[in-house]
Design a protein around this ligand. Structure first.
Ligand SMILES: *Cc1c(COP(=O)(O)O)cnc(C)c1O
Length: 434
């Protein structure tokens, strides 16, 4: 299904004014076709487009909306804060509230600093790692996305994978030289790079659970080996929890693997839909930041009171009742996973659904669910595009790219999940009969 007449008209106007009419590339629907839907409003697990059609939303603003659209507690917190001023550029109590919630939930977070996006969080954590180790090299993994800072735009995921651009124009080769890229799920490659260049590696950065090029769930052993190698060679381990932080559980991916990073980066869920990022970890490292130490990082809108209030309201809700929210998300996520897998089985495919809590991804290819970017077959994107269109027609909105994951929120319920599974059944039948 393509976008409705009003969306099409708005998109025509937008394209005159903004490159591809969007503020972030994947939103343009380039890889699934049909043009983007313009949102008119969102509520709970639904949104309505400008043509008046209502969809079940599995994008959730790409991860932040774990409580659903316009959750009353978050809206109330934002409204209250906004009445008292939109930005101070000075310390405020909302920052302390959000910091206390994060630090209280994550044992290895001893201090945090707030920024305004996940990109900034990663960029700053890497500068800090380089500053404290006095080394320049950073190791990252193929398919992991860490935001769009220059030195991270090397073999990154999602939008970049879809557009087939391994990297970006405008990144000097001399920057990329310091970024070493390894395949996921491969301890041998890790060991080799550490034995060759261990003394020049400032940090290894890895997504908590890589979720920007499919959902590439890693084995615990990989993370443990990584921790061991970083310790042996004096490199820092940065866990990028921008998606996984407060999404898969209060302790994020670190708790799931039982691995303690030196630094961790956050975004998405911790802002509850507002522009927030954070990085944090060991106190001795964080104290190297200006004005205490020599590593500079700053931000006009950092610690913005309205954004901090949204984040704090979100985390307060998630952390109430001993983490009941996460048990609920697990329940909903597994119901959806099982339902879609049943549909895939009944259609005679061996497609599968990878899942980590409320994060799901469909592997539309035969064989095992991939753990490495290199194992995702590009043909799957064609199947995904057709499935995406057939689901839109039935009121189910998935991300407009085969490499993006789906997010379930606490606003979804059994009925909505079952409606989604029914739509999947029809959509898969439709696309397999041509
Ligand atoms: C989204 C994301 C980022 C970048 O965050 P922005 O807020 O989009 O800048 C970084 N790392 C990971 C793992 C992400 O998913």
């Amino acid at each position: 299904m393509s976008a409705g007449p009003k969306s099409r008209e708005l998109y025509r106007r937008a394209c005159e004014l903004m490159p591809a009419g969007v503020s972030s590339p994947v939103r343009a629907f380039g890889s699934v076709g049909g043009g983007p839907l313009f949102y008119a409003s969102g509520g709970g697990c639904h949104f309505t487009d400008v043509d008046g059609r209502r969809f079940i939303d599995y994008v959730g603003s790409w991860g932040p909306l774990i409580l659903g659209h316009a959750h009353p507690e978050v809206v109330e917190a934002v409204t209250m804060a906004a009445r008292k001023g939109l930005s101070y550029g000075a310390p405020c109590e909302h920052e302390i509230e959000l910091a206390e919630l994060m630090i209280g939930a994550v044992p290895h977070l001893e201090m945090v600093r707030f920024v305004s996006s996940g990109t900034e969080a990663v960029m700053s954590a890497i500068r800090l790692a380089r500053g404290v180790t006095g080394r320049d090299d950073i190791v990252k993994f193929t398919g992991c996305y860490h935001g769009h800072a220059d030195h991270m735009l090397v073999a990154a995921g999602s939008g970049l994978a879809t557009f087939g651009t391994p990297s970006s124009a405008g990144v000097p080769a001399s920057f990329a030289e310091h970024t070493i890229v390894l395949p996921l799920d491969d301890e041998t490659a890790l060991e080799r790079i550490f034995s060759e260049r261990g003394s020049s590696i400032a940090a290894v950065i890895i997504e908590g659970i890589p979720a920007n090029s499919g959902l590439l769930v890693q084995r615990d052993e990989l993370l443990h080996r990584l921790r061991g190698l970083c310790d042996e060679h004096g490199a820092l381990l940065i866990l990028d929890e921008v998606i996984t932080g407060f999404r898969i559980g209060p302790g994020g991916a670190a708790a799931r693997y039982g691995v303690v990073p030196d630094l961790a980066t956050y975004g998405k869920v911790i802002g509850g839909g507002m522009p927030v990022g954070a990085y944090g970890g060991r106190r001795d490292l964080m104290q190297q930041l200006a004005p205490l130490g020599p590593v500079y990082q700053a931000g006009t809108l950092s610690g913005n009171p309205v954004a901090m209030a949204a984040g704090a309201a979100t985390l307060r809700h998630l952390l109430a009742d001993g983490g009941a929210a996460y048990a609920r998300l697990e329940e909903l996520g597994s119901r959806l996973q099982e339902g879609i897998e049943r549909v895939f089985d009944e259609a005679g495919t061996s497609w599968s659904v990878a899942r980590a809590g409320s994060i799901l991804w469909m592997s539309l290819q035969e064989g095992e669910t991939p753990r490495r970017f290199e194992d995702i077959r590009p043909e799957a994107a064609g199947i995904y595009a057709r499935l995406h269109g057939a689901l839109l027609e039935r009121g189910v909105y998935l991300a407009p790219s085969a490499y993006e994951v789906a997010f379930v929120s606490l606003a979804h319920d059994e009925d909505v999940i079952d409606d989604t599974i029914k739509a999947f059944g029809e959509a898969v039948r439709e696309i397999s009969t041509g």
